[in-house]
Write a protein that binds this ligand. Sequence first.
Ligand code: KG4
Ligand code: ZN
Length: 360
Amino acid sequence: MDILGIETSCDETAASVVRRHADGSGEILSDVVLSQLDLHAAFGGVVPELAARSHVTTLDRLVIQALDESGVALDQIDAVAVTSGPGLIGGLMVGLMTGKAIAMAANKPFIGINHLEGHALTARLTHAVPFPYLLLLVSGGHTQIVLVKGVNEYERWGTTIDDALGEAFDKTAKLLGLGYPGGPAVEQAALEGEPRRFRLPVPMRRDPRLDFSFSGLKTAVRQLAEAQAPLSQQTISDLCLAFETSVTSSLDDRISMAMQRFSERFGTGSGPALVVAGGVAANRAIRATLESRAAKAGFRFIAPPLNLCTDNAAMIAWAGAERLAAGLAADALTLAPRSRWPLDQTAAAVIGHGKRGAKA
Ligand code: KG4
Ligand code: ZN
C-alpha cells in the first residue's frame, strides 16, 4: 500500500510517500520537509498568516518532488493522507484543499489525519513497536503522556496545564536573550553551567495526576535573571542548566509514575516500550535521563530518528496506511480542518489547555 502524506499544520511544509508492506512493516520512499524557521525567526515565534502563505506557495512543488523521489506515479498511489488538525487553521486549510484536490482529480481515497496520531504511530514505522506502548510527546505545542493501545485507540494520561515544554524552552531562551528556537540554545548554554549555583523547583513532582506545568518555572527563571542583572555569559549558562535540570527531573518523575501505572495494568513481561517524539526529544540531558529511567523500569527506550521526531509528512502517510490497514474508513471530501482536536476524545479538558494552538 503506497500512501501520499501531506503536513502543513505549523511551520513545516512537508510531503512524503510511504509504503506499507503486507507484513505490516513500513518503508519511507520519499520524505520532503521545508522548514519555515528563517521566515519566523525574526518574530521569535511562528506567525500564522506568514506560515499559511508560505505553505500555499511551496506545497505543490513539494508534493511533486515527493512523488518524483518515491518513484511511484500518482495513479499508483492508494490514498492521500493529510493532517486535518490540530494546528494553525490557515495552514491546515492549505494542506487539506491540496490533498482533497489531488484525491479528487486522481480518484483516490482521502484520509484526514490527527497530527498527534502521526507522532504516536511513528515508532511503528521506524521500530515496528507492538501495541500497547507509552508515548511521551514533547514538542513546541504539546506535552503529553499517551497510552497507545492500538490504531485509533489512545488514552491521554497526562498533559500540560499551561505551557508546552518546547514553548517553555523557547520563552526561557527569549528572556535570557538567546536565539529562536530556544531549545537548542538553552541546551548549548547549559553545557557551560555550574550545577550548584541555582536551584529551581521541580514542577508537579509526585502529583498523582500525570500532568505537567512549566510556566511557574519560567517565571522563577525570570525572577532570578532580574535579580542577577546585568547577566554575564556564565550566569546565563547557570540559569539554563538550572532550568534544564528542573524540567528533566519533572519529566523523569512523571514518566516513572506512568511506567509504573502501565506495568500494573499490562505487566512488563513483553518488554514494553517507552517512545519519545517531538522536537524536545533532541535534548541530550532529557534523552539520557529517560533512557536510564526506562531501563530501570524494564522498558525499551525508543526514540525515532530526529527528522521523524519533529514534524514531517512521512508520519502522516504512515498513520493513513495504519488506519486503512486497520479497516478504518476514508473520509469524505467535505471534511473540515480542526485547530483543536484531542487525540483522546474522552480526556477531560485541562485548565490552561496546554497548547498554544500552533505546533504539535
Ligand atoms: O516537534 P518540533 O520540531 O515542532 C513542533 O513543536 O511541532 O518541536 C520544536 C520545539 C521547539 O520549542 C524547540 O525549542 C524544541 O522543540 N527543541 C528543543 C531542542 N531542540 C528543539 N528543546 C530542548 N532541547 C533541544 N535540544
Ligand atoms: Zn508535531
